[in-house]
Ligand binder design. Structure first.
Ligand SMILES: Cc1cc2nc3c(=O)[nH]c(=O)nc-3n(C[C@H](O)[C@H](O)[C@H](O)COP(=O)(O)OP(=O)(O)OC[C@H]3O[C@@H](n4cnc5c(N)ncnc54)[C@H](O)[C@@H]3O)c2cc1C
Length: 391
């Protein structure tokens, strides 16, 4: 039954990946059909502001809007190059604009959902619920789900702060240049400049691909530096003499072990990047956001409350993330060697399971045992001392 004491049962602050995913799963759940949902988002969400890619082994609600999916990934570094079949996984890409339109169409057909174009200025726990103050007035709800970007006061003496940052060009070429069957997952053959730097390619067709120059590091580069690396790859690695840039993507995703709270008081649950759903050691977030949404909605449907454990995260994987971040921050160029060993010495599926945090202790041991131990041992020392390593 809806709660008569409040205007809404569930209020969602922010309608990006996490807010819209939660709204989608809420309206799909028959046991929550009578719950009144309010979505507050200041933007029209009518731009293709990002592209999400991820691997998955089961069908997703968004299979129908995927622009493409692949069954092979390539890994390249000096001295080791291999194309890996994905076996039980698929690698899929969804354009932001398709996702926003798809979910908004589902929400528009759901009478229990109200969407208001407004920016949330504050969210406060009240007795038994929550109040949101916005440019469009105040709203009261039983629970709020907050996906506004987090505001972090950095503690570099305690935690590690890196970014996965990139510029990508979607290019069209006059001759065949890309293998549309294979995602270039990480191409580390370029100069590393004491950081982790690689090229990532999503080939949509033999003459069309998204090519990104990506770094895991602490500081952004001037745009020209990413663009010079993209030009170098297209000209010198692919041998192209002419190409047309049809779209451009730029991003910086936080990679940090700074704890991000999963809730702010009794009735405010955090979502998305705000709730640490971007995996600290890779920046991948889309699938983790889907899992989080499903986990929350299952509990709301079966108990009427958010789950006691708000995520299914396990501490051993947080430790692995911290160790990798420590190595990347301390000796970024080592990242290439670690990834090379990981890809050379493990089945790809084990690696993807590990990054999905689904591996057993035995598999975790096999993975850790497959890489040179010295950088990890040094970082374990830093973790035990409670201080990040420095270069
Ligand atoms: C360019 C780019 C590419 C990415 N690619 C991938 C990828 O390939 N794979 C992957 O797994 N992850 C990727 N990510 C990481 C992650 O999946 C995305 O950042 C994802 O959008 C995070 O979801 P979110 O809901 O936390 O944030 P967002 O999607 O950014 O949504 C936050 C929403 O909050 C709204 N908002 C802001 N302030 C307020 C306010 N005061 N009140 C109400 N609403 C507010 C914003 O307008 C926005 O709509 C990418 C990120 C970027 C930036």
């Amino acid at each position: 039954m809806p709660d008569a004491a409040f205007d809404y049962d569930y209020l969602i602050a922010g309608g990006g990946a996490a807010g819209l995913s939660l709204a989608y799963y809420l309206v799909q759940e028959p046991r929550l059909r009578d719950k009144r949902i309010l979505l507050l988002e200041p933007e029209a969400k009518d731009q293709n502001d990002r592209t999400w890619s991820f691997w998955t082994e089961k069908p997703t609600p968004f299979d129908g809007i995927a622009v493409r999916e692949w069954r092979q990934l390539a890994f390249r570094s000096p001295g080791f190059e291999q194309i890996f079949p994905l076996s039980r996984y698929r690698y899929q890409t969804i354009r932001g604009i398709d996702f926003y339109r798809f979910v908004h169409a589902v929400l528009a057909a759901a009478p229990q959902v109200t969407v208001v174009r407004a920016s949330v200025e504050s969210l406060e726990n009240t007795s038994g619920g929550v109040t949101a103050r916005t440019g469009a007035g105040s709203f009261a709800a039983r629970y709020a789900f907050d996906s506004r970007p987090p505001k972090l006061t950095q503690r570099p003496d305690k935690y590690r702060y890196l970014l996965q940052h990139f510029i990508g060009w979607e290019v069209e070429t006059e001759q065949d240049a890309f293998d549309p069957a294979t995602v270039e997952f990480m191409d580390f053959r370029g100069a590393q400049h004491h950081e982790a730097r690689f090229i990532y390619v999503l080939p949509f067709a033999p003459r069309r691909a998204l090519v990104e120059y990506t770094l895991f590091s602490g500081r952004l580069l001037p745009d020209e530096a990413y663009e010079a690396a993209l030009r170098d790859y297209l000209t010198n690695t692919l041998g192209l003499t002419s190409y047309r840039i049809v779209e451009r993507e730029q991003g910086a995703i936080p990679m940090t072990d700074h704890p991000l709270p999963l809730r702010d008081g009794a009735h405010i649950i955090n979502l998305g990047t705000r709730a640490g759903r971007a995996k600290p050691s890779t920046g991948y977030a889309f699938q983790r956001i889907q899992q989080h949404s499903e986990h929350l909605v299952n509990a709301l449907a079966s108990t009427g409350k958010p789950p006691r454990r708000l995520t299914t995260d396990q501490p051993q994987f947080r430790l692995f993330d911290t160790l990798l971040l420590d190595i990347m921050q301390r000796r970024g160029e080592t990242t290439r060697d670690i990834f090379t060993e990981l890809f050379q010495r493990n089945p790809l599926e084990r690696m993807l399971d590990f990054l999905d945090e689904k591996t057993s202790w035995r598999e975790n041991f096999l993975i850790l045992n497959s890489v040179t131990s010295a950088p990890f041992l040094r970082s374990i020392r830093h973790v035990l001392r409670g201080r990040p390593g420095v270069r």
